[in-house]
Design a protein around this ligand. Structure first.
Ligand code: OSB
Ligand code: MG
Length: 369
């Protein structure tokens, strides 16, 4: 892959409504986009780092620094045979998976466009449509939460995930369950609890949840083993799984029964496929998580979700749920059965709109050797 230059850009877009988790509320996204240029062809990537270091250690600002000063120069200096070589090239940079994934996924898009093939095909995907759920943040009142769930169930989404935190957990889940007795329901704690809360998780067992996502510390696997032993509801790990080795350790030790894969958290498509394969070998299902991505990140998530073992509905949902107007054409749409149809255009299959991207750009830099 002969790379001419790589462009780094920050866009800012307000969310249609705030999104609140146990670690805080987001109202406005600050998102980094990558364009890799090669002999007239351009590949697109998106950094999924949040605004502040509260989900993991990364932020929009750290991603800019790591990309500009380390990831991009390293990629420009290397002579990569193909995008599959990027993960090994970036491995010496410890952590910062979201920064790395922005370039790694852009290289995959570039390669797919150069080959004139859809990215999902190069990744080995087989699914023609993606099953979708929604993630609904903490609301100011339970009434507002019930209203939001009603809206998404009516729209056709296959699974509802609600966020929990101390003070917004068992009682809220009980009210949701009694109002919607038969929906597929799960919750995500984003690491807000510890082993002192085992009894609380035992109480959640009665609500027939599909899974509980990341109940304990963001960097823990060991304590989850003990919690999973004590409860019936499957635990799904998110924050704790950074690569295929983490997945192997978590599954061999029965710390969880489901894993959510996020491209940024695992540093790109190559490692995402490895995590997917480790889970498949353990007969453990995976699903695609989300980080409130704009269209380019969303399109990469869809391509990844075509892999066979993505057999639970993911968090990738319609662009319109997040942004008044997204940066890709067409925007991501979900049908009344809660499915996204996979597109077969070259690369990610959705065309980034440079006009729209320019309109929301706040800074950009082109890096050449
Ligand atoms: O833990 O899955 C998470 C959003 C920001 C940070 C962490 C998480 C989330 C979500 C939203 O749950 C998923 C989405 O709709 O993009
Ligand atoms: Mg999560």
């Amino acid at each position: 892959m002969k790379l001419d230059q790589i462009e780094l850009r920050e866009i800012q877009m307000p969310l249609v409504s705030f999104f609140e988790t146990s670690f805080g509320r987001t109202t406005q996204r600050r998102i980094l986009l990558i364009r890799v240029f090669s002999e007239g062809v351009v590949g697109f990537g998106e950094a999924t780092s949040p605004e502040g270091p509260f989900y993991n250690h990364e932020s929009t600002g750290t991603a800019w620094h790591i990309l500009r000063d380390f990831v991009i120069p390293r990629v420009l200096r290397a002579s990569l045979q193909g995008p599959a070589d990027a993960a090994a090239l970036l491995k010496p940079i410890r952590g910062h998976g979201m920064a790395k994934a922005a370039v790694e996924t852009a290289l995959w898009d570039l390669h797919a466009r150069q080959s004139g093939k859809p990215l999902h095909q190069l990744l080995g995907g087989t699914r023609r449509s993606i099953d979708c759920g929604v993630s609904i943040g903490i609301q100011d009142t339970v009434g507002e939460l019930l209203g939001k769930i009603e809206k998404e169930v009516t729209a056709g989404y296959q699974r509802i995930k609600i966020k929990i935190k101390p003070g917004w957990d068992v009682d809220v889940v009980r009210e949701v369950r009694s109002r919607f007795p038969s929906i597929v329901l799960m919750c995500d704690a984003n690491s807000a609890y510890s082993l002192r809360d085992v009894d609380l998780f035992k109480r959640l067992d009665e609500f027939n949840l599909l899974m509980i996502e990341q109940p304990l510390a963001w960097n823990d696997i060991i304590d989850h083993i003990q919690l999973q032993k004590a409860i019936q509801t499957p635990i799904c790990l998110d924050e704790s799984i950074l690569d295929a080795e983490d997945a192997r350790k978590a599954l061999d030790s029965s710390a969880c029964r489901i894993i959510n894969i996020k491209l940024g958290r695992v540093a790109g498509h190559t490692e995402a496929k490895r995590v997917h394969d480790v889970c498949a070998a353990h007969s453990v299902p995976v699903w695609c998580g989300g980080m409130l991505e704009a269209g380019i990140g969303r399109a990469h998530n869809i391509a990844m979700s075509t892999l066979q073992n993505f057999c639970l509905p993911g968090d990738v949902s319609a662009s319109q749920r997040y942004f008044r107007s997204d940066i890709i054409d067409p925007e991501v749409e979900v049908d009344s059965h809660g499915r996204i149809q996979v597109l077969d255009g070259p690369g990610i299959g959705f065309e980034p709109s440079m006009k729209r991207i320019e309109a929301v750009t706040v800074r950009s830099e082109v890096v050449r050797l």
